[in-house]
Design a protein around this ligand. Structure first.
Ligand code: NI
Length: 189
């Protein structure tokens, strides 16, 4: 297990579509995921995609803790807003409705910045876990946002490319002073 260097915006590995994983239960994939988890925790992130540690593979990890849940969420929808630390291999996203909402995101590959990004509020995602078993979940709110952000990394897309208004791309040090929600809603902090 190792804490690895994180690729930053401008590195070609972040622009390249990642390769599907042929054998999700292989020792190589398990070792990759261990390094990803160690690196994400060290960087205090909520998610990480394999290309961010220079491995062009379709693997993401993320978590959506209850502390990041949007206040006032319906009780029957609350489950969809949360996810424990999840390893998702070869993920696919299905959009479940046209609604989008804007939220502040950060990215470990775009250090020091925050941007206001529209994302679908209601999705279903599918993939495979480290045990080779299929994973299928419905996600809303921050949970849906973090999954869309991480899966974008697998297609060579960074969050500034999803922004509607680049005047909302700001330095984290400014966000702290001027944009109150920016601290609570970012993707990777
Ligand atoms: Ni990111």
């Amino acid at each position: 297990m190792a804490i690895l260097k994180i690729a930053r915006m401008g590195h070609p590995v972040l622009r390249k579509p990642a390769e599907p994983v042929e054998n999700p239960t292989s020792p190589e994939v398990r070792a990759l995921v261990k390094d990803m988890i160690a690196t994400m925790i060290d960087a205090n992130g909520a998610g990480l995609a394999a290309p961010q540690i220079h491995e062009s593979k379709r693997v993401v990890i993320f978590q959506a803790p209850a502390s990041r849940m949007t206040p006032g969420v319906d009780e029957d929808e609350a489950y969809d807003h949360q996810a424990e630390l999840t390893v998702l291999i070869n993920p696919e996203i299905e959009v479940l409705g046209p609604e989008t909402e804007e939220g502040w995101e950060g990215c470990l590959s775009v250090p020091g910045m925050r941007g206001l990004v529209p994302r679908y509020t209601h999705i279903r995602y599918r993939g495979v876990g480290l045990d080779g078993e299929p994973i299928e979940r419905v996600a809303r709110g921050f949970h849906a946002r973090v999954v869309q952000h991480e899966c974008d990394h697998l297609d060579g897309i960074l969050y500034p490319q999803r922004m509607a208004d680049l005047s909302k791309l700001i330095f984290e040090t400014e966000a702290v002073h001027w944009v109150a929600p920016a601290r609570g809603e970012d993707e990777e902090r």
